[in-house]
Write a protein that binds this ligand. Structure first.
Ligand SMILES: [Zn+2]
Length: 258
């Protein structure tokens, strides 16, 4: 009798162990399957969201697409999303709000900077009945991991956009080929406009760079502790600006006059 009881309890223990092990395995399998399907679903949701975003962008930029611009100067959907991200998370509030709305409404268009050596360019492009403001950004700036640099570059061009709105930069004064056919006075006037607007854009860029704690990484933003000015900006403009050669004489007379 004792032996029968012993066998029965041995059988029960074995059965219990098998039961627990089986359900444990079933549990593990069920959890993995559910996790797989969750990640599949979230992948699909992300893809769907990206697709909707791209469609929205295409719609928003319909106005911009009507502006005659070579295809190579157009941004891809991915690059456009990147500019949107940089603008809607920009440290300057009016860029996050007003400027971003203008871009979403197609009142400011985006393009890819492929010429020259500058990281970005603000330029109004002639369309059917008016000039459309364009912000051109180089791909290296869109793909940089130095987010702060991209934000500073965008800020600099935004300052030029405001110059244009205020009439301090004109529609057609920025085309290099035209400079040869205009009078000496017009050329002088244009070079002066470029000088003062560039100086202001760099100055604002440096103030933001100091606020972001990244000024030390831009040589032209070094500060003179006594005068609280940025003494290297003028040299930076003379050394790097695409108008340097044409405007050399005018700028020479303006150095130190800011
Ligand atoms: Zn500039």
């Amino acid at each position: 009798m004792k032996r029968v009881q012993k066998n029965r309890s041995k059988f029960l223990t074995k059965f219990l162990a098998w039961f627990v092990a089986t359900w444990f395995t079933i549990g593990i399998i069920a959890i993995s399957i559910s996790q797989c399907s969750v990640s599949d679903t979230s992948d699909r949701t992300n893809q769907k969201r990206d697709h909707v975003k791209t469609q929205q962008i295409e719609l928003m930029h319909k106005k911009c697409a009507q502006v005659p611009l070579p295809k190579k100067e157009r941004l891809t959907a991915k690059q456009t999303l990147r500019v949107h991200d940089l603008i809607k998370t920009h440290p300057i509030e009016e860029i996050r709000t007003m400027f971003f709305t203008k871009i979403l409404n197609g009142n400011v268009c985006l393009g890819q900077r492929i010429y020259g050596e500058d990281d970005a360019l603000f330029k109004p492009i002639p369309a059917i009945s008016n000039y459309v403001p364009f912000l051109f950004v180089r791909d290296s700036i869109l793909s940089t991991r130095r987010e702060w640099l991209a934000q500073l570059v965008i800020y600099h061009e935004y300052v030029h956009y405001k110059h244009w709105l205020e009439g301090r930069l004109g529609n057609d004064t920025m085309e290099q080929e035209k400079i040869e056919v205009v009078s000496h006075e017009e050329r002088m006037d244009h070079c002066k406009k470029i000088w003062y607007t560039e100086f202001e854009a760099y100055q604002k860029e440096c103030v933001l760079a100091w606020e972001l704690g990244t000024a030390a990484r831009l040589a032209f933003c070094s500060i003179d502790q006594n005068s609280h000015t940025f003494p290297l900006i003028e040299k930076h403009i003379v050394d790097t600006h695409r108008w340097s050669e044409t405007c050399a004489n005018v700028w020479h007379g303006l150095v130190g006059s800011d």
